[in-house]
Design a protein. Structure first.
Lengths: 120, 120
DNA sequence: TCGATGTATCGATAATCGTCGATATATCGA
DNA sequence: TCGATATATCGACGATTATCGATACATCGA
């Protein structure tokens, strides 16, 4: 075996091998970020959790003002963010709009974040 | 909030049963939101994914400028956000800092977002 | 039709965020 | 010690965000 000569490089004179995209490339990252941003708020996390825990998985927005301690426009804003991220859906029933979590979307996010599954 | 009186209530004159906190109460929501916020950025998602895909699960920051197309201060900023969220750790090796994903933390986030597990 | 109630939108404000250039700090090789 | 390289911090800028009061829209009961 030759002793060295591959170049006069020191073995410590580089940091690491080149990086490449992993499971998540630029396009996927751009698609996922808005969903995570929609969840990255304490109020919206609680909304999602409350909806999941509601008797039939649905509730109207008017029930949320009390528990969350926020104004109606603010809650409407948060529901809109969640809706636009595809994480909840609203269905009008008379005066009220019943919201439910789109569990498939939520699962997708959870799945994408699971490093174990990403590595298997 | 109920629209009707508890007494002379019409069967259709209320929207739904009262809401309570689900799996995620206010404290937990406040604790989780920063972790999700750290992940709610395309650049940081790619950093995490690249680290997970790196040969030994680690890489120095200097390898990221090229693939991400961002300046060194910007990448350093994103790594700091991920560090402060507990999602990555950095270990100094000479001139370089080798970063790795704290997979346990990432699993925690994924777990908390999985509605199936939350309901079982 | 009218008044009451739930929801959405508008406009404003204070706070946060992503990005960069300039600069400081840390480590190595010479 | 000095110069080179990797990383962190600082200061600034434009963009986005969370929140609210005011207001518009939608639906119901009377």
């Amino acid at each position: 075996m030759y002793a060295g000569r591959v170049k006069t490089i020191q073995i410590d004179d580089f940091c690491c091998t080149p990086l490449h995209d992993g499971e998540i490339d630029a396009d996927r990252a751009n698609a996922m970020a808005p969903m995570l941003a929609a969840l990255a708020d304490p109020v919206r996390l609680r909304i999602v959790s409350m909806l999941l825990a509601a008797p039939e998985g649905t509730s109207c927005g008017c029930e949320m003002e009390g528990p969350l301690g926020l104004s109606q426009p603010t809650i409407s804003h948060h529901l809109k963010v969640l809706r636009e991220a595809g994480l909840v859906e609203g269905e009008r029933r008379g005066r009220w709009v019943h919201y439910r979590v789109v569990t498939e979307r939520l699962e997708d996010v959870a799945e994408a974040l699971s490093p174990v599954r990403a590595l298997v």
